[in-house]
Every structure is written in structure tokens, then in C-alpha cells.
Design a protein around this ligand. Structure first.
Ligand SMILES: Nc1nc2c(ncn2[C@@H]2O[C@H](COP(=O)(O)OP(=O)(O)OP(=O)(O)O)[C@@H](O)[C@H]2O)c(=O)[nH]1
Ligand SMILES: [Mg+2]
Length: 251
């Protein structure tokens, strides 16, 4: 099975992949591969089984094509799509393993574009795919930030058309557990908090976003993880497995 780890820049993808892979390796019968698909990262806290940087890097592309960092990541996304067969032919992508895929920070430059969708579509042809969408727990201090990040996860679910598990990362930094619980169990109860912060038509927009969250939450439990404190992994494991079971035989 393939687990695509996605989330806004700095939401904790790489740290989670490192800590969760280590935990998963201790689970009996689990064969784990780690894939680094971020050509821009300099230092990784894990040893990848496949590393896109063995093919190209953002800094190499910047030099070669005279591009800035985002233009270079865009180019890298195209190169990933062009080399998709070669990449997915690597043994790290054996669908019999749990393949954790660490994605580039800038969602909008890879996963939200055609190239990222194509990559995920090819994964789906080979095995089951679930997306873990990280919402930075430290954002829960500002309800509007938290709600908008959560909505991004829904948009990604639509774009990739995969089961998507919202996961609150950096649980050790969550300033307000009440907001976290409400968004998971009863998003509409955040209405007054969110609507009061914006004016005019944006208040209606905010209320509609909460309704979207409530309607498409897919009755998942809240999953809070902390890569730093190494907690929440049992819950993450069981939710990912539930997602696969509810989607039929995807492993
Ligand atoms: N307190 C705390 N900090 C964390 C945790 N996970 C990640 N961080 C910090 O958050 C920052 C970003 O973490 P990364 O794992 O690099 O996040 P990322 O999503 O891979 O970042 P990009 O790939 O650059 O988008 C780093 O400073 C991490 O140390 C956590 O569980 N707790
Ligand atoms: Mg990263």
C-alpha cells in the first residue's frame, strides 16, 4: 500500500515520515519503504529507500535552467511526470510493502497540479493509495488558519481522488484542544468563532466552509500525532488500515 504524506509547507511531513517509519518497523509483519519525493530538501532525518534527488535536485535545476526555487520545483514536477515509469519501477515502490511517500513542501506546485495527480493515478494502478493530510496543530491557536488548512485537505482529496485522512501534526504544540475536538466532531459549532472574525460575504463563506467540513468529514476519528514526542502512531496506523479496509482490497 502507498501512503502519500501531504500538507502545507512546514506542516511536519518529513518529521512524521521519519518517526512513523521507525515505529512501523517495530510492528510485526510490516515491510516499510520510505520514498523521498522532495527534490528541494537538503537534509533528511531518515534514510530513504528511493530518493528523487538521485535523479535531480531543485538547486541543480535552478542552476541548469536559470530558474528560481518555485520555477525549479515546477520543472522538477514535470521531470517526475516524465520519468514516472523509471521512478515507480524502483523496488522501493513494491506495493506489497507499506510505502511512505514524503512529498514536496509546496502543495500547489506538485500535488495540486496535473503532474502530481498523474503520479498518484499511476500509484493507484499498482496498489492501494491513501493520503495522509497534515494540518499543523500549532495553527489551532487561530481558528481561521486552522479551518482553511483543513479545507485544503478536502480540496486535495477531491484533486487526488484518494481516501484522505486528516491528521493533526505537532500535537505537542496544540494551544487549544477545544478547537481541535470541535473541528473533528462538530465543525458547525465553530461557526460563531470563525464568522465573528470576518466581515460581510466572508462570514457566509466561512460558515459554508464549516458546512463543507461537516459534510465531508467521512466519520473519521481525530488523529493527533507528534513526531517530536513520538505519539499518536497506533491511532494513525489503525485509521490508515480502516481506510484501506473500507475501500475494499487495496493492499
Ligand atoms: N514541536 C514539534 N515540531 C515539529 C514536529 N514535527 C515537525 N516539527 C518541526 O516543524 C518544522 C518543519 O518540519 P518538517 O518535518 O521539515 O516539515 P515538512 O512538512 O516536511 O516541511 P517542508 O517539506 O519544507 O514543507 C521543523 O522545524 C520541525 O522540527 C512535532 O511533532 N513537534
Ligand atoms: Mg519535508
Amino acid at each position: 500500500m502507498y501512503v502519500v504524506v501531504a500538507g502545507m509547507a512546514g506542516s511536519g511531513k518529513t518529521s512524521l515520515v521519519a518517526a512513523y517509519a521507525e515505529w512501523l518497523r517495530g510492528v510485526e509483519g510490516e515491510e516499510v519503504s520510505i520514498v523521498n519525493l522532495d527534490p528541494g530538501v537538503e537534509v533528511l532525518p531518515y534514510k530513504p529507500d528511493f530518493d528523487i534527488r538521485s535523479m535531480f535536485t531543485v538547486s541543480g535545476i535552478m542552476r541548469k535552467y536559470g530558474l528560481g526555487p518555485n520555477g525549479a520545483l515546477l520543472k522538477a514536477s514535470e521531470l517526475i511526470a516524465l520519468n514516472i515509469e523509471k521512478i515507480l519501477g524502483h523496488p522501493a515502490f513494491d506495493p506489497g510493502r507499506t510505502v511512505l511517500i514524503d512529498t514536496p513542501g509546496q502543495l500547489e506546485v506538485f500535488l495540486f497540479r496535473r503532474e502530481g495527480r498523474r503520479f498518484v493515478a499511476e500509484l493507484k494502478r499498482r496498489g492501494g493509495v491513501a493520503t495522509v493530510f497534515l494540518v499543523d496543530g500549532s495553527l489551532a491557536g487561530d481558528v481561521t488558519d486552522f479551518v482553511t488548512s483543513w479545507v485544503l485537505g478536502l480540496l486535495l482529496q477531491l484533486k487526488l481522488d484518494t481516501p484522505t485522512v486528516p491528521v493533526i501534526s505537532k500535537a505537542d504544540l496544540v494551544p487549544d484542544m477545544e478547537v481541535v475536538e470541535k473541528i473533528v466532531y462538530d465543525p458547525l459549532s465553530l461557526r460563531d468563532m470563525v464568522v465573528g472574525r470576518v466581515s460581510g460575504v466572508n462570514a457566509d463563506l466561512a460558515a459554508d466552509l464549516l458546512r463543507l467540513i461537516a459534510d465531508y468529514q467521512q466519520s473519521l476519528r481525530p488523529v493527533l500525532v507528534s513526531a517530536r514526542e513520538r505519539r499518536g502512531f497506533e491511532e494513525l496506523y489503525s485509521v490508515i488500515h480502516e481506510v484501506f479496509c473500507s475501500c475494499g482490497d487495496l493492499s
